[in-house]
Design a protein around this ligand. Sequence first.
Ligand code: GLN
Length: 502
Amino acid sequence: MSKTFFGHPRGLATLFFTEMWERFSFYGMRAILILFMTTETAQQGLDLDTTTAGAAYGLYTAAVYLLSLPGGWIADNVIGQRKAIWYGGILIMIGHAILAIPAGPGVFFFGLAFVAVGTGFLKPNISSIVGSLYEDEGQREGEDMGARRDAGFSIFYMAINLGSFFGQIFVPLLANYNWHMGFGLAAVGMFLGLIYFRMTEEESFGKIGLAPEKQQLVSSVEETSGSSVMKYIIPSTLILVLIVLQVTGRVDLTSIVGIAEAMKYVIVLVAVTYFAYVLIAGNLTSTEFKKVLVIVMLFIGGATFWSGFEQAGSALNLFARDFTDRNIFGWDMPAGILQSVNSGFIIIFAPIIGAMWVWLAKKNLNPRTPIKFGLGLILLGLGFYFMVMAAQVATEGARAGMFFLVLTYFFHSIGELFLSPVGLSSITKLSPKRYLGQMMGLWFVATSLGNLIAGTFGGNFDPSNVQQMPDLFWTFVLLPVGVGLIFIATNPVVKKWMGDIH
Ligand code: GLN
């Protein structure tokens, strides 16, 4: 076997194929999730009402990203990235295998919990080990190691989207015959990823990603105990808030919909308390203080973006099934397959947008991060404008053409390329070193919050609600465009806060 992978460390190949199969299973299953939950039992579905299914979908996808916080922590401090990837993958595979059992909602949600916990272990750690591959490399003549690492991440992003693309085609195709065969295929995908990981792990990683030494463990536990206030203040405030929400009747914690509502308050509260804590008691210099304020802004921008973008798997998936004409030369394409359009656009446009930034940078015209965020949000809003039009067709009782969804996904994908990679790298640059892990964690929390909002919002899209659909989608034209314009308008001030960071 060759020692390099397209000129990159051999380990990148292992991460590439493992992540590719993991995303195949994750997005393949996600493409049919809400459809399965809202299909009648006569057609082997769970027959949940749309609101409950949307809430369950939102809670599941939010949990996936939220669980990456403990998943990352346990790997860093206890078991190392390699074991976290391996055991996470096994949990994911078991989860999909459970989903493949034709049983009721209880067994189904049990399987989803396995996938969520497993992904929480696998996803953050497989991403951070990509960076570790480049740490031990000596500087080679004339080579910029930062650029090499960025190139490594771009190749990795291709793996994500290749896996998603094919998962979102083959799983819905099989699920069209039998839902549980679809879920089973997701389990097979993860199984292939695990085999590849096991076979190549030793030669790929050497000492990278092993469990930390005892010495390191002690010091990291000491470091984290510095935030012990957080350990008590956050949990007790949360419990208090949950009691108040329940007692005042604001949410009903005995239903899935109520839990999803409460979860929004919980996530927002954790983020607000955490940021306030770092800003007030984090011993920040005035430069660091301003940079953390920028991270707060990126958090708000990220959460807004994902709350629209992640409707792909909820509202837009339901719209594809119930209100879209999916007929291609007499073949009725399964709705879930339209989910693959985003990954397809990312595979095509990631290199083009990447090259565009480099080209603009050479002319000193590369837009600053807040501008890219602003434009990403505006693109998201523009994308939803096509959904407003599609929903208008549906209110007239006709089925909308597929091109509406394809155009929406086109704008959303370009928006993703403006905002998502830039968000990740800006956080690593803006965060004070000692808070880096936690700030990265908060970026995932923004994704989690976005997913939760997207899921519960998707709960509005049942066929009895057709007349309101254009207005519902309008919200997601106005909200991101509004937030995007704020990003652009405040750029002159924010760029000063960012100091030397672009
Ligand atoms: N599609 C990307 C992935 O799966 C990003 C998803 C997200 O951050 N919401 O990694």
